[in-house]
Structure formats: C-alpha cells, structure tokens
Write a protein of this length. Structure first.
Length: 237
C-alpha cells in the first residue's frame, strides 16, 4: 500500500498568452521518465484558456480522451463531423482510434474556460474514431461518487475503450465524504476546494496517487469537487 501526494505547484507548467496549463504527468516538452502516468491514466492536464483562445486543429491516434469542464464552455469540432459545446456536468469522450483531428476553442469571447483533460490508453488499437457525451449533473447533485467515463458499462457514464478504467467525480459539501474505489491504482485529483485523505490535507490542484490502498475515505473540508480514476493495471505502451 502506498499513497503518494503530489502538490499543485510541483506539476509541469505551460504558460503562453492564451493558455495556463498544469500537467500532472509528462506531456509535450515536459518529460520525466519517472512521471509518465499512474495506472492507465497517462495525461491529466488542468487547463485554463483565455476568451476566444484555444487549441487549433490537431491529431491524435489510439487514445481515449475525456474532457471535464469546471467553469465556462469549450467548443469541440472534429473530423468525424461532430461539433458541440461542453459545459460543467457534461462529460465528453473522444476515441482517437485509427486517427482523428479536432479543435478545442473557448466558446466565450469574454470569459475564460477551465477544464481538465485526461488521456487513458485503450485496450484495443486501431478502432474507428468516435465521440460520446453524457450530462451527469443530476447524478452529481444526488451526492457520492458518480461514474462519468467507464470501460465496464457503468450506467450513465460515457464509454471508454478500456475495460480496466473508470473515472468518477464527486461534488461534496463541507464534511461530506466518499470512499475511494478499492483498485490496484487510484488517482485522486482535487479540482476545487479541499479534502482530507488518510491524514493528508489536499487543496485545489493537489493529487494523490494510491497503489493497493483499499477503499479509503475522502472528507471535504469545504465545497469541493474531486476527480478520481481507478485502474486495474498499469499502462503498457
């Protein structure tokens, strides 16, 4: 059993005129061979994009990409012909498969957008590219951990092509608690607010990487939103 705490300011950081991005794992020009993922999760980028800014058209292959908006709205377009606007509570999954091109632009000309984008390696390469979204706002309002993206068919979650991974989100008030999944690898990210985990105090931007730690309780110190990934194995690329 291990619990490794990663503080917000220890993350890799990219800052340009329209983007403020914090990377939990190696990404792009930021590379550390000892920090390339946890379980099946290999990218977790905490992005803030200025009004009107965004990522122009670019490509991906063989990756399951989940985008979760915290504040604002993000406009998505891709080479399958899909386009739409992602907002808080709407989970989006894009399967890159054999190859897809897409863009992600702040939908607003006046307000920033804040979102977390996460990549999981698929269990099957070369699938047909695809897109799915699901509004889980009602489930989140009911409390507890809500399955947002799942490879094992959890009701209401978008489907990822990775049977060994599930993404959960919880929105908690002060002193509310949830139990983390009992899995080989669990990644807990505090998107907003603050929590206590097994004696560790975590605030916004902090993360905990758990290995064979069991179903530990997470207690919110204030209004809080957490993102949790569970994996049954480590990524092999």
């Amino acid at each position: 059993m291990t619990i490794e705490v990663r503080r917000a300011d220890s993350r890799f950081h990219t800052r340009i005129d329209w983007l403020d991005s914090w990377h939990s794992f190696s990404f792009g020009e930021h590379f550390d061979p000892a920090n390339v993922g946890h379980g099946l999760l290999i990218v977790s980028n905490d992005d803030r994009v200025a009004p009107g800014g965004g990522f122009g058209t670019h490509g991906h292959r063989d990756m399951e990409i989940v985008t979760w908006v915290l504040d604002g709205e993000l406009e998505h377009r891709d080479s399958t012909g899909t386009q739409g606007v992602i907002y808080p509570g709407l989970a989006q999954r894009m399967s890159a498969g054999s190859g897809i091109r897409h863009s992600e632009i702040n939908h607003s000309q006046t307000e920033p957008v804040h979102f977390v984008q996460m990549w999981v390696v698929p269990d099957t390469a070369g699938i047909e590219p695809g897109y799915e979204q699901s509004d889980v706002s009602e489930q989140l309002a009911n409390g507890g951990l809500v399955a947002v993206a799942s490879g094992r068919g959890d009701e209401g979650a978008v489907r990822i092509h990775q049977r060994g991974a599930v993404m959960w989100v919880a929105r908690m008030g002060a002193q509310e608690h949830v139990s983390l999944p009992d899995a080989a690898f669990v990644h807990l990210f505090v998107a907003r607010g603050s929590v206590t985990l097994d004696g560790h105090d975590l605030t916004a931007g902090d993360a905990a990487r758990l290995t064979d730690a069991g179903p530990l309780p997470v207690v919110a110190d204030e209004v809080t939103e957490i993102i949790v990934w569970e994996s049954d194995a480590a990524a092999r690329r």
